[in-house]
Write a protein that binds this ligand. Structure first.
Ligand code: ADP
Ligand code: MG
Length: 759
């Protein structure tokens, strides 16, 4: 039997292939990181080319490794090299419009015959090499040709898509093709029991109408036609989705068997007291989600819930009510925030909302009350000690903090609930560190409520947070004022003047403004505090003649330090009280500026994206984003969410130096058009590359996703998830599905694996 885990050197033996007598495919394949038969079989083509379509040569990119399909237009005569060290010949290929030349070198002129005889003028050739250009002529550096004829009738051949593997010069396409073919032929002889057995449950495979695994691999590596290829891809794609969803379902099932302390609020406890004094009614969505959460907190198993909601939908209030229910039930709650600014603000707004309920029952406050403390890395030793003590003794019912909460010395008397704000900034590992602090006291696993900053499409949530149940706050509190968003061309001084005047007008009405910049200081190379690099530079303008030929450097983004000077000097805004806020200030300085801004003692803060998430000053009515084209959609949506909160109509001015038709320009237009966070999230994700969608902080999972796209293949993910959940319900240990268990173990990496390894 063929052992697919054997090294490739034993599976794809050396073979004369025409180009090089001593071709050693295993060695070449190792340049691609492929060591075993299994590696090779799952090294899938990057794309396919139809024989009818030649590669447009003008679309090549200089310096890139490429495989192109072109026609042989001319095979030059062998010419001796200048120092008589050998011979060369130039082959010219064409796509019918442009030409590219490939130069071959040999020790003597007779060697060209065997090499190039297979490629007469007029034939098609698949050529791999590095694209280059010399005086307007395209060149293929270190070319390798491979034949396309396979001894079949022309009609069948014309239908066959040509698989193109990720190209490199170290391992040409044909080496991969030939080696895969060797393996597939051997497996076909070997039949089933070959190491590519079916591991999907038979009923699932049948219901999905899937090809068996070996047939699917055959179809993606050697497709007969496009339909055959599609069937192969369908199978492998489903497999990817199913393995991942099974891992997530296992994770979910394993927490369902863990025990947690049920937390039920008492009718005369702090939760009820808080609800009584809420200054506004809950939105319908807050009420509904609140009930879902309360019901889960009352169960003897840990809640695992993701709370999604658009900016300003009132997630914090849902979280606070959950925390109070736990306090009522005798436990403590920890709120984990990604930044110090946000943690400090949470502390302020929670103590503000609780009023004398936060004074700690015995300090003359409401006897039903509790204590709320802060724990961050920048606190002084004394304050920190006090918070640690309050957490460990159980005196603090609510502990708000940053990553500092995760540290060793932090202990709780009875941690009943972990709330993670802006969940995407933390990994699974981090939220579990905090939950373990509850488990240490022997009282079961704390409940978990994770919150997202901005909405994410359902299938992305299912893929990233598939082990969590999702609640959606799909309703904004009433009285949300309109926010008008305008894109302001940064190069029109009159428009920019008008921008500063708008700030002054609002300030005259007693309102406040944020001005957001992409950098802190003019001499910083990096964009500050998490501003995103522009990801879609337009083709640069041709270099000016005589400028040395270099690309003009893109205009640097305006910095906080520069813009604050502009605001302080501009006639419209000079009289306003303006301060700066950014990540390089001392924590106490940040706290001071935010505090004064919140108290209305400042008119304008010029800031970096430290104000991006969560900052809540209802009196702020204007936001100006300088160089808005440097920010991503979600980020701008978050920023804009800082205004229009207090029932005051808001104005968001996006200063942009980019053309309205560029990609960045279109992003800004979309923002001006809609405030629907779900729609913007879809747009944002559709613009990104797949890897980035799953890549951000969250996921090793993506390494196991070759064919599956979380946006394009939403239907596959949905089906895989429901089938995986059904299966895991019946067979929670996968005892009856050892093949699937092995696939999960070997393919799921990263956070999910880390978790599964522990439970
Ligand atoms: P986000 O979901 O973006 O975190 P917040 O929790 O910060 O939103 O809430 C935004 C603002 O809305 C806060 O000022 C909060 O006090 C207010 N708010 C929350 N719920 C309601 C409600 N039901 N009615 C009126 N205002 C509310
Ligand atoms: Mg928030």
């Amino acid at each position: 039997m063929l052992d697919l885990d054997a090294p490739l050197s034993s599976l794809v033996p050396r073979a004369g292939d025409g180009t090089s007598k001593n071709a050693n495919p295993a060695k070449w394949l190792s340049h691609l990181g492929l060591e075993t038969g299994r590696d090779l079989l799952w090294h899938l083509p990057r794309k396919y080319q139809d024989r009818g379509d030649l590669t447009p040569i003008r679309e090549l990119v200089v310096g890139e490794d490429v495989s192109i399909l072109a026609q042989v237009q001319d095979v030059g005569k062998a010419q001796p090299l200048q120092r008589k060290t050998g011979w060369r010949t130039v082959v010219t290929l064409s796509d019918g419009r442009d030409r590219i030349t490939a130069t071959f070198f040999m020790a003597n002129p007779h060697q060209f015959g065997p090499l190039l005889g297979k490629y007469p003028v007029g034939s098609l050739v698949l050529a791999t090499g590095r694209a280059g250009k010399f005086r307007e002529t395209w060149q293929l550096d270190k070319p390798v040709f491979e034949p396309l004829e396979e001894g079949e009738d022309a009609e069948a051949l014309a239908e066959k898509p040509i698989p193109l593997y990720p190209a490199t010069r170290d391992c040409p396409n044909f080496v991969v093709r030939a080696s895969v073919a060797t393996l597939l032929d051997a497996l076909a002889v070997d039949g089933q029991g070959s190491g590519v057995e079916e591991f999907l449950p038979p009923d699932v495979a049948a219901a999905e109408g899937l090809l068996p695994p070996l047939a699917a691999l055959e179809a993606v590596h050697r497709p007969r036609d496009r339909a055959h290829l599609a069937r192969g891809q369908d199978r492998l794609r489903f497999e990817e989705a199913f393995v991942l969803q099974t891992a997530l379902a296992l994770r979910r099932a394993s927490t369902a068997t863990q025990t947690a302390v049920p937390r039920v609020p008492s009718p005369d406890g702090i939760a009820a007291a808080f609800d009584e004094r809420l200054p506004f009614p809950l939105t319908g969505a807050q009420r509904r989600v609140g009930e879902e959460v309360a019901a889960e907190l009352a169960r003897p198993h840990p809640m695992q819930r993701l709370l999604q909601g658009d900016v300003g939908s009132g997630k914090t209030l849902v979280a606070l009510r959950a925390m109070l229910a736990v306090v009522d039930g005798g436990g403590q709650a920890a709120l984990l925030a990604p930044t110090e600014v946000l943690a400090a603000q949470h502390l302020r707004s929670i103590t503000g909302a609780l009023g004398d309920l936060a004074a700690g029952g015995f300090l003359g406050g409401d006897p039903r009350g509790t204590r709320v403390v802060l724990l961050t890395g920048s606190m002084g030793a004394a304050a920190r000690r006090e918070s640690l003590l309050a957490a460990a003794s159980g005196e603090a019912g609510i502990v708000v903090g940053t990553h500092a909460l995760l540290q060793e010395g932090v202990q709780f008397a009875d941690l009943g609930l972990v709330v993670v704000d802006e969940q995407h900034r933390f990994g699974v590992e981090q939220r579990d560190v905090l939950r373990r602090k509850g488990t240490e006291t022997g009282r079961g696993v704390p409940h978990l409520l994770a919150m997202t900053a901005t909405p994410i499409p359902r299938t992305v949530a299912m893929t990233l947070f598939g082990d969590l149940e999702t609640s959606v706050l799909d309703e904004l509190p009433p009285g949300r004022a309109d926010v008008q968003t305008v894109v302001v061309p940064q190069d029109k001084p009159a428009w920019v003047d008008r921008t500063w005047q708008r700030i002054a007008e609002e300030a005259a009405l007693g309102r406040q403004a944020y001005v957001v910049c992409a950098r802190i200081d003019a001499d910083d190379d990096d964009l500050a505090d998490g501003a995103e690099e522009p990801d879609d530079e337009e083709p640069p303008p041709p270099p000016a003649k005589g400028s040395g030929g270099g690309r003009p450097a893109p205009r640097p983004a305006a910095a906080v330090s520069q813009v604050v000077e502009v605001v302080r000097a501009h006639p419209a805004t000079a009289a306003l009280r303006t301060e700066v806020l950014h990540g390089r200030l001392l924590p106490a300085e940040k706290e001071d500026v935010m505090g004064r801004f919140a108290a209305g003692e400042l008119d304008v803060v010029v800031a970096t994206t430290v104000v991006e998430v969560g900052v809540d000053v209802p009196n702020a009515s204007v936001m100006v984003v300088v160089d808005a084209d440097r920010f991503g959609i979600s980020q701008l949506h978050q920023l804009r969410g800082r205004i229009g909160r207090g029932g005051l109509p808001g104005t968001c001015l996006l200063l942009s130096g980019t053309s309205p038709d560029s990609r960045a320009g279109r992003r800004l237009k979309a923002l001006a058009r809609t405030r629907d966070g779900f729609e913007l999230a879809r747009l944002d994700l559709a613009e990104r590359r797949e890897g980035d969608v799953l890549g951000a902080a969250q996921s090793g999972e993506r390494s196991s996703l070759q064919l599956l796209g979380v946006l394009q293949h939403a239907d596959v993910i949905e089906r895989a998830r429901s089938r995986a959940r059904t299966l895991v319900e019946v067979d929670p240990g996968l005892a009856r599905h050892p093949g699937l268990a092995a696939a999960v173990a070997s393919r799921v990496t990263g956070d999910t694996a880390a978790f599964l390894g522990r439970t």
